[in-house]
Design a protein around this ligand. Structure first.
Ligand code: DGT
Ligand code: CA
Ligand code: CA
Length: 574
């Protein structure tokens, strides 16, 4: 963390000095220091302790002193001096695409612009176009930059990013002979739960034609940058997804993909490892001296470092490099392993499709079982089922099952956990169901002790098979409940209750890190699409992505068995 913090301080110092039109040499040198610190694999505090800061490229005595000063006091006096006389809003102005420190200085001097709001107003009133070196076009660019900065602070949901990537890839692959390879990189390839921007990597004989086609596709809302081998566009969507495309040489595809997949923390660790072995790694290849020893395929790079290919979902510097070195990487669960869906709503509660339609769609997806888990009675807003309706539904499902040979429809319920921890349906009815998933839908704000007890009580209930969306968060809309998740995981381990990975892109809950914790304690995970319409059954793949990021193998995930093998029911039946 400190490396990054100090890097940011030096970058800010460079910007401020340039804004004030001070020594250009210092501006360049501070900017270089910022980059070096950003990419450093060692801890800068350790280097300071050893007295070897000055061995870093671009770091002289004065800079080393500033770093030491920050480490000791949390401040850099030179930076504080530089901030004097500069309006606070300038930092934000500098963050607008197309406004560098020089332009910001001119805007400040000529028009007194000290904030993004003032900049926007001036651009709208056409007061920028008459300034030296500016014109109508610059004005428009600045307004666009402001728009992007405001929407760009929001990360997009995984499904939005996947759709944006698919749209661009389809378009480019649709042009005969244009691209020979094209694939997502960055956080999208790692399947993070939210995505800042979509990164794509392509290979083709005519990079200029690829860039042309990419920046003129029907999906384009705005072109941010169009270079010779690199371009950025904003596509239609909410928030407007930014898509970056890079075209690379076929023989550098592997090293570029490795580099641009990240994460940065993973790459820094890998670079440190290469260095220890006298090698250098970059987006252009793995080098030993001047010899390039790997670059065409990602696998070649990892192999040359004595490792198996590390799946992108694991590349977060959470021990995956160490595991790859000692051959203990998990054999991750895959979308093709999935045989069933544990969480689907029908038109009996708030879903849109009939049980028959759901069964048909599940069969088309190649599933062997699908659980109908409508809401229970107290969830009146979702048309929750009364006891009587649940009994009717069980009969209806039996009828549907008699007409099906290759798919099993499970009679289930997403039973509400009431605020005292008791369940919303009687025990004898729950015992009759094939699968019971229990969830909280009210009383999210209960204190930690109470909400934890409530979920633990549900896990301890003899007929509850799965705890649904355990943390309750809605990405970007609602924080998780104040729940002691490790305690719930322990309760599930004790009682043989599974935890859900809810695959709805707004939930992705249980989250990846806790999946790993659950696995370590032998808790099984059950992926549910939580589909309210058959088109959403495909979202189960996002749950698989969370499982993979949580280091889960096929056996850890209950959906991979051809028949639902719920631990508690098996124990009960034995
Ligand atoms: P995002 O877009 O915020 O969801 O996250 P990423 O991981 O896609 O980040 P992004 O788009 O800034 O860059 C894509 C990858 O490129 C990143 O994961 C690692 C690599 N990369 C980009 N910039 C740098 C850098 O300055 N240093 C290093 N070491 N790697 C970088
Ligand atoms: Ca990205
Ligand atoms: Ca990017």
């Amino acid at each position: 963390m400190t490396n990054k913090e100090i890097a940011q301080r030096f970058a800010e110092l460079a910007d401020l000095l340039e804004f004030k039109d001070e020594n250009a040499f210092k501006v360049r040198s501070y900017r270089r220091v910022a980059r070096v610190l950003e990419d450093l694999s060692e801890d800068v505090a350790e280097l300071a302790e050893k007295g070897t800061l000055e061995d870093l490229p671009g770091v002289g005595e004065a800079t080393a002193k500033k770093i030491a000063e920050y480490l000791e006091t949390g401040r850099i006096r030179r930076l504080e001096e530089a901030r004097e006389g500069v309006p606070e809003g300038i930092a934000e102005v500098l963050g607008i695409q197309g406004v560098g420190p020089k332009k910001a200085a001119m805007l400040f001097k000529e028009l007194g612009i000290g904030s993004v709001d003032e900049l926007e107003e001036a651009a709208r009133e056409h007061r920028l176009r008459d300034l030296p070196g500016m014109g109508e076009k610059t004005e428009q660019n600045i307004l666009r930059g402001i728009r992007i900065a405001r929407s760009g602070t929001e990360r997009m949901r995984l499904d939005v990013a996947l759709d944006a990537a698919a749209m661009v890839i389809d378009h480019l692959e649709g042009k005969q002979g244009l691209v020979s390879r094209i694939t997502p990189a960055g956080s999208l390839r790692r399947r993070r739960e939210t995505i800042g921007d979509v990164d794509l990597l392509a290979v083709g004989d005519d990079p200029a034609a690829i860039i042309d086609e990419f920046t003129s596709g029907p999906y384009v809302a705005d072109v941010l940058l169009a270079g010779e081998t690199k371009a950025s566009v904003v596509v239609e969507g909410d928030p407007h997804p930014q898509v970056d495309l890079r075209v690379v040489d076929a023989d550098e595809f592997g090293s570029a993909l490795q580099y641009f997949t990240g994460s940065q923390a993973h790459n820094i660790n890998l670079r440190g490892l290469a260095k220890k072995r006298g090698m250098k790694i970059s987006e252009y290849g793995l080098f030993e001296g001047d010899d390039r020893i790997a670059s065409a395929e990602e696998e070649d790079i990892y192999r040359a470092l004595d490792m198996a290919l590390i799946p992108p979902e694991l590349r977060e510097d959470q021990g995956e490099i160490e595991a790859a070195l000692d051959g203990s990487l998990p054999d991750l669960v895959e979308p093709d392993d999935i045989r069933g869906d544990f969480h689907v709503h029908s038109d009996w509660s708030d879903g849109r499709n009939t049980i028959e339609e759901i069964a048909e769609a599940a069969r088309e997806r190649g599933l062997r079982f699908v659980a109908i888990t409508d809401h229970s009675r107290s969830l009146t807003v979702a048309n929750g089922l009364t006891e009587e309706r649940v009994r009717e539904q069980i009969e209806q499902i039996e009828r549907v099952n008699r007409s099906l040979s290759d798919l099993q429809v499970l009679a289930g319920s997403e039973v509400d956990i009431r605020s005292d921890g008791s369940l919303d349906l009687p025990d004898d009815l729950l015992a009759e169901l094939d699968v019971v998933i229990a969830a909280i839908h009210t009383g999210f704000k209960q204190p930690r002790r109470q909400i934890t007890d409530r979920l633990v009580a549900a896990a301890e209930h003899p007929h509850v098979d799965i705890i649904a969306h355990p943390s309750g968060r809605l990405i970007g809309r609602r924080d998780p409940y104040d729940l002691d998740v490790p305690e719930l995981i322990r309760a599930c381990a004790r009682t043989g209750t599974a935890l859900e990975i809810n695959a709805n892109p707004e939930r992705l809950d249980l989250t990846d890190g806790y999946c790993r914790m659950a696995r370590a304690q032998g808790v099984r995970l059950a992926i549910g699409s939580d589909a309210h319409g058959v088109e959403a059954l495909r979202l189960i793949d996002l749950g698989v992505a969370v499982a993979r990021r949580g280091w889960l193998e096929k056996d850890d995930v209950l959906n991979t068995r051809p028949e639902p093998q719920l631990p508690k029911r098996q124990a009960g039946e034995a």
